[in-house]
Design a protein around this ligand. Structure first.
Ligand SMILES: Nc1ncnc2c1ncn2[C@@H]1O[C@H](COP(=O)(O)OP(=O)(O)OP(=O)(O)O)[C@@H](O)[C@H]1O
Length: 309
């Protein structure tokens, strides 16, 4: 379990974190989401014990990060933003170094290094300087270091930032696997990541929590949820045909192909009835489909006007 209680962090005149509280239970992947400068990294550094809070506290598996740092550090794996330091070292040297820092010795040390080498598929680059690895492999080395001591809780700061789509997919699959037996807090500003790996998301801006919900609950706030969309040969005729239809609240046309969105009123727009009505009125159309809602729109609505100065 990871807990934050009224965390505050002040940098001079800037209150970067302004009373953030949450709990992450085992088996949960909590996405920490927010615009640039929202206070995500600062919060994660306070949970990881790299930065002292101005006030408030954090606990990892019941250990207070400030007053019981040894217990908290033992229980937590932390992936900082960007690439691992010590770029001149190979994954082999770096992970042996981390094992020393973590106080791993004997069979356990040997076993854990072999376990992360295999789990993160580092065989092919084991002796290569980290500086010369691709971003995807660098991130794998960072994750290997974070889980080397087999901690029950993980804090991952933007784990897929800067990776190409294949590497993103690979790291997300790994996170989902790791999360099965752990508590995971990850920060991101990539909305698709929330849907791909998170069981819950907290949206922060200017150091405050603005929303705490499951991805499905967030999607339910989208005006696109329950809408249908279609490509009409004559979209003015399509609008005229559907205008006033029960359950339809309005229209919006967008995108390079001029897709027409039909918004719901109360309950989802009935897809079949829309198709039937267009056919009856002789309006040619294709690509009629239901819409599931858009996280980007919900995120924008929640954080509008909340960018850091
Ligand atoms: N050491 C520091 N000294 C002064 N200000 C800082 C320091 N570290 C961060 N800040 C400021 O605190 C605010 C929060 O920064 P933080 O890095 O926590 O945000 P973030 O949500 O992680 O942003 P990003 O998505 O860009 O990484 C920003 O305005 C940032 O400029």
């Amino acid at each position: 379990m990871i807990e934050a209680h009224a965390l505050h962090k002040r940098y001079g005149r800037l209150l970067a974190v302004d009373g953030i509280s949450f709990k992450v239970e085992p088996g949960e992947v909590l996405g920490f989401l927010g615009p640039n400068g929202a206070g995500k990294s600062t919060t994660m550094k306070m949970i990881a014990g790299f930065l002292a809070p101005t006030s408030g506290s954090a606990k990892v598996c019941g250990h207070d990060v400030q007053t019981q740092p040894m217990g908290a550090r033992r229980s937590l794996g932390y992936l900082p933003e960007g690439a691992p330091g010590y770029g001149e070292m190979s994954p082999d040297g770096f992970l042996r170094f981390i094992a020393d820092v973590r106080g791993l010795a004997g069979d356990r040390r040997h076993g854990r290094i072999a376990a992360v080498r295999s789990r993160l598929q580092l065989d092919g680059v084991w002796e290569q300087p980290i500086d010369t690895l691709s971003k995807g492999y660098k991130r794998r080395v960072g994750l290997a270091a974070a889980i080397l001591h087999d901690p029950p809780a993980l804090v991952l700061d933007e784990p897929t930032d800067g990776l190409d789509p294949n590497q993103k997919h690979e790291v997300r699959t790994l996170i989902r696997e790791l999360a099965r037996e752990r508590t995971v807090l990850l920060s991101t500003h990539i909305l698709e990541e929330v849907e791909a790996v998170c069981s819950r998301a907290i949206i922060v801006a200017r150091g405050r929590v603005l929303a705490d919900a499951t991805p499905a609950e967030l999607l339910a706030r989208s005006r696109y949820q329950g809408a249908v969309s279609l490509l009409a040969e004559d979209s003015i005729a399509a609008r005229a045909a559907l205008d006033g239809m029960p359950g339809v609240s309005g229209f919006h046309q967008e995108g390079p192909d001029g897709r027409l969105y039909v918004f719901p009123q109360g309950r989802p727009v009935p897809l079949d009835a829309v198709g039937e009505r267009l056919r009856q009125r002789g309006v040619a159309f294709r690509g009629l489909q239901p819409e599931r809602g858009r996280l980007d729109e919900v995120f924008r609505a929640i954080t509008a006007g909340e960018e850091a100065a």
